[in-house]
Ligand binder design. Structure first.
Ligand code: ATP
Ligand code: MG
Length: 256
């Protein structure tokens, strides 16, 4: 792996790129995943590469929703596996929610490699699903519809970081609560999800770990209140306003 100099002003961004390149070399991440990351990075530049307050609020709501869930499942694709393998395993353990490998450009080889990677990072074998799909999500073409009956198919709350818009919409149509992590507040995914965290996956998952520990002992009614007071459309608007305000403060744009 290329050693990124710590003093580089874009250190964190370069480390993420290096992890993804390594993911491709290891057969975990797809080439297209690199392009998707690039689109995300562009938005992160506008956001200022930190968690803005509306994103933090969405993250807290997401954690409350996952803690209230009857059957929560965390979806893992090739970018998630390359960028935050130990973090997603940790979150899965804290929430007692299984991981389900779910990739857009599905090959059985890549699924197998992602599974091995998650096991290497401490996931228990019986908590990694998706390698033997036995159900289909209605409304998607066959390869992308594949899911585990005991996993995403029967879940009531699904965390889908970096999900495709179509799949997100299909899961919502099934009546599920879908939590998306997506740096693009304008994407179909961001607009279709029940809760959208407009933040980088690495920052968002680390915040989720912290907030899960913090909210673990909160009462159901406290958690329900957090969920009830959240409106995704308003939150996306608040995110876009926060981005604009940041650009105004930096003297990059002027609003009259
Ligand atoms: P949609 O299909 O939902 O309209 P899209 O076609 O842009 O949107 P995809 O290419 O299917 O979406 O998925 C990539 C999405 O993931 C992008 O919206 C991008 O902003 C987001 N993304 C990429 N890298 C990250 C990251 N590190 N953290 C969070 N989000 C990311
Ligand atoms: Mg898409």
């Amino acid at each position: 792996m290329f050693q990124v100099p710590k003093s580089h002003p874009r250190y964190e961004s370069l480390v993420k790129r290096e992890k993804l390149a390594e993911g491709v070399r290891a057969g975990i991440t797809s080439f297209q995943g690199l392009i998707a990351h690039g689109r995300g990075e562009a938005f992160d530049y506008l956001i200022g590469e930190r968690t803005l307050p509306p994103a933090f609020e969405a993250t807290r709501t997401a954690v409350a929703m996952l803690l209230l869930a009857r059957h929560p499942v965390l979806s893992v694709n090739g970018n998630v596996a390359a960028l935050v393998p130990s973090e997603i395993v940790k979150l899965s353990k804290l929430l007692d929610a299984p991981l389900e490998i779910n990739i857009f450009y599905r090959t059985e080889e890549r699924v197998r490699r992602i599974k091995e990677h998650l096991l290497k990072h401490g996931a228990p074998e019986n908590k990694v699903l998706g390698d033997k799909p036995d159900a289909l999500i209605p409304g998607l073409e066959h390869a992308r519809a594949k899911a585990a009956k005991e996993g995403i198919y029967s879940a009531d709350v699904v965390l889908t970081p970096l999900e495709d818009g179509d799949r997100c919409e299909a899961l919502v149509r099934m009546g599920k609560k879908v939590i998306a992590i997506d740096l693009n507040p304008l994407s179909r995914t961001a607009r279709a999800a029940t809760v959208t965290i407009v933040d980088d996956i690495t920052r968002a998952v680390n915040n989720m770990i912290r907030l899960t520990t913090e909210l673990k002992d909160a009462s159901r009614s406290e958690l329900e209140k957090l969920v009830e007071n959240f409106d995704n459309k308003e939150n996306l608007q608040a995110m876009l306003r926060a981005i604009t305000e940041r650009l105004v403060q930096l003297d990059i744009i002027e609003l009259d």
